[in-house]
Design a protein around this ligand. Structure first.
Ligand code: R5P
Length: 291
């Protein structure tokens, strides 16, 4: 039987515990001491056994701090085992998966190099922004989808003639899968993002949403711009209620407040990033992915 030890970084302590529970093993905690200049001193609280070691740490803000802590824990764990899996439920930098403007650095590929250098055997992520990002890591990897977990959650909510909507064409496949589970229709809006300012606009799209409840499905909510603009557009088309389902709720710059202000009834996210909207647990799909 394969034996695992889980080490939970501070960004994913609760999720690490849940994964360990599913794998019938223990979760080792880490402790951080932050020096006055901002450097972290990280201590693994128990010596791990020579099993497959899962280091669980999402890299949400503070992104670089959480990333460096992840790399440091892996580097230390490597001293006890040669089989280190980096479980990065939310993978920051995955949206920087290509050189959009000349001179830009594809940072996700740099992360791949660093993960490899510290001794990572395999990376496990949840709903990584794109397959291009996964490819750029250039390391053995597995991306698991939380779409069915999220969609099943919506089976418990009474909705009126629901329709699943993706804010952009990039999320069309996700919306399609989500809609299939609920056996409802789906559409994808057309979104334009200014690559310099980051500002988002929804282009005029045919949307048959009148008097219908809408479930907006996205992988990440960062500033909330995509969800806010989509909600405003759908409300103009006289939809009924707007629900939001997303895997990773970053909620940068008070995004949650802005989204609620735009008229969203409820936001449901997963615990890849711990938030008060994290109603869907991904520990089961992660545990299954490593078995
Ligand atoms: C973009 O392609 C992603 O799928 C998300 O729609 C986007 O990253 C969300 O960012 P924000 O909340 O800042 O609009």
């Amino acid at each position: 039987m394969v034996k695992f030890t889980v080490i939970g970084g501070d960004a994913s302590e609760d999720l690490a515990k849940r994964i360990a529970h599913k794998l019938k093993t223990i979760s080792i905690k880490t402790e951080n001491y932050v020096f006055p200049d901002g450097e972290s001193k990280i201590t693994i609280k128990k010596i791990p056994k020579n099993n497959i070691i899962l280091v669980v740490q999402s890299t949400y803000p503070p992104v670089d701090t959480n990333l460096l802590r992840l790399l440091s824990i892996i580097s230390k764990a490597r001293k006890y085992s040669s089989k280190i899996y980096a479980v990065i439920p939310y993978m920051g930098y995955a949206r920087q998966d290509k050189e959009f403007l000349e001179g830009e650095i594809v940072t996700v590929s740099v992360i791949g190099k660093m993960l490899k250098a510290v001794g990572t055997k395999k990376v496990i992520t949840v709903d990584i922004h794109s397959h291009m990002a996964l490819k750029e890591l250039k390391i053995s990897s597995k991306n698991v989808s939380a779409v069915s977990e999220l969609a099943n959650h919506f089976k418990k909510i009474k909705l009126k003639k629901p329709i699943v909507v993706s804010p952009d064409s990039g999320g069309k496949q996700r919306a399609k899968e989500f809609a299939k589970i609920l056996n409802v229709e789906f559409i994808a809006l057309k979104k334009h993002r200014d690559r310099k300012t980051g500002k988002v606009n929804i282009l005029n799209t045919k949307a048959d949403v009148k008097h219908r409840d809408v479930i907006l499905v996205d992988d990440v909510i960062s500033t909330g711009g995509s969800i806010i603009k989509s909600t405003q557009f759908l409300k103009k088309q006289k939809c009924k209620r707007v629900f939001v389902a997303c895997t990773h709720a970053l909620f940068v710059n008070n995004a949650e407040t802005g989204i609620k202000k735009a008229g969203v009834t409820q936001i449901i996210s997963t615990n890849t990033i711990p938030k008060n909207t994290s109603k869907v647990d991904v520990s089961g799909i992660i545990a299954k992915a490593v078995l």
